[in-house]
Design a protein around this ligand. Structure first.
Ligand code: ATR
Length: 307
């Protein structure tokens, strides 16, 4: 994180400029910073939420060119933005330019939303919590005491494995193409949470037995994502057993070939739309202090996906 330094503190709450008659005229600006951001569903979701709640605001895509992240983040403070999401490829790099992290962002080591409060740039992460809310509300699944197999060991897998550990999952097996990354993430889960964790490679006998043991399988790699919609060739459909909940964080297409294979074996399945909606709803609430209309956000995302 950046060194503490003297900041010209602008009173953003007061800065909401009042008209002569005392009414408020400031349009609040939210947005998403990433590269690229053209296909993001977040503008549709958040603009629908703003409209639904009658808030005077707009959520915009901000494409931040490589090498300009620091300037873009400084712009949040300089321009008095209400908040921004951060997406690929900046979720980790952005930590260098923030003044404070929430415990969730600290735990995950990545930030997917920023707010500027009294001149202080605060970073938060709602990816893991969004996943957990989807798992609980849509899957009726409580991770406590459960065994989980996480496929992939990238940023999304880290958020998911750590919150599952924090939610008292009993054991988390991380399987990844690059085995060392799986082992690193497993070590981090053991260090930061009470869960037991192990890292394995793909296509191994170990993967088959981890799948047989699992109450929950979470697919976090990009394999199967539009336009390359083939299922992973390193996971055999016969490894699914019927009482396992199978979650694929991909939401394009819905469902993925991986989920179709799981459903054909009798598994309950969930796709990534719920995680997307709830990470957005949690960010919206964190910025605004209001209850986010998650169903309105889901409908907006679905409309956008369909178009
Ligand atoms: P995200 O932020 O979406 O998690 P990421 O951090 O780039 O993205 O991580 C992508 C994950 O998908 C990694 O675990 C990657 O495996 P490696 O660590 O070996 O690179 C995994 N992945 C990507 N393409 C894959 C493929 N074709 N087969 C298996 N795993 C793949």
């Amino acid at each position: 994180m950046r060194q503490e330094r003297e900041l010209p503190v602008k009173k953003f709450d007061e800065a909401a400029s009042k008209k002569a008659d005392g009414s408020e005229e400031k349009v609040r600006v939210l947005g998403i910073m990433g590269y690229p951001v053209g296909h993001s569903l977040s503008p549709a979701m958040h603009n629908a939420a703003l409209r639904h709640l009658g808030l005077k605001g707009v959520y915009l895509p901000f494409e931040v060119l490589p090498g300009y992240l620091e300037e873009a983040v400084a712009g949040i403070r300089a321009l008095g933005l209400w908040g921004v999401n951060v997406t690929i490829p900046y979720k980790e790099k952005v930590l260098d330019y923030l003044d404070w992290l929430t415990p969730q962002a600290e735990l995950i080591g990545a930030v997917n939303c920023i707010a500027c409060r009294e001149g202080r740039l605060e970073g938060h992460n709602t990816d893991g919590e969004g996943f957990l809310r989807s798992l609980r509300e849509e899957g009726g699944f409580d991770p406590e005491g459960k065994e989980v197999l996480v496929l992939g060991a990238g940023g999304a897998a880290r958020a998911i494995a750590l919150v599952l550990g924090q939610s008292r999952a009993q054991k988390i097996v991380v399987a990844n193409r690059t085995r060392e990354k799986a082992e690193e993430l497993a070590a981090q889960v053991r260090r930061r949470t009470a869960a037991d964790a192990a890292g394995i490679g793909l296509g191994s006998q170990e993967l088959a037995s981890a799948a047989f043991q699992a109450d929950l399988i979470v697919q976090t790699t990009p394999v199967g994502m539009y336009p390359h919609e083939e299922p992973p060739d390193w996971f055999k459909p016969e490894w699914f057993k019927a009482d396992t909940l199978v979650y694929d964080i991909i939401y394009r297409p819905r469902p993925t070939a991986f989920l179709r294979q799981a459903a054909a074996r009798g598994c309950r399945t969930l796709d990534g739309l719920g995680m997307l909606v709830f990470q957005g709803a949690l960010a919206f609430s964190w910025w605004t202090g209001l209850d986010a209309p998650a169903e309105v956000m889901r409908e907006a995302a679905l409309r956008e996906l369909g178009s």
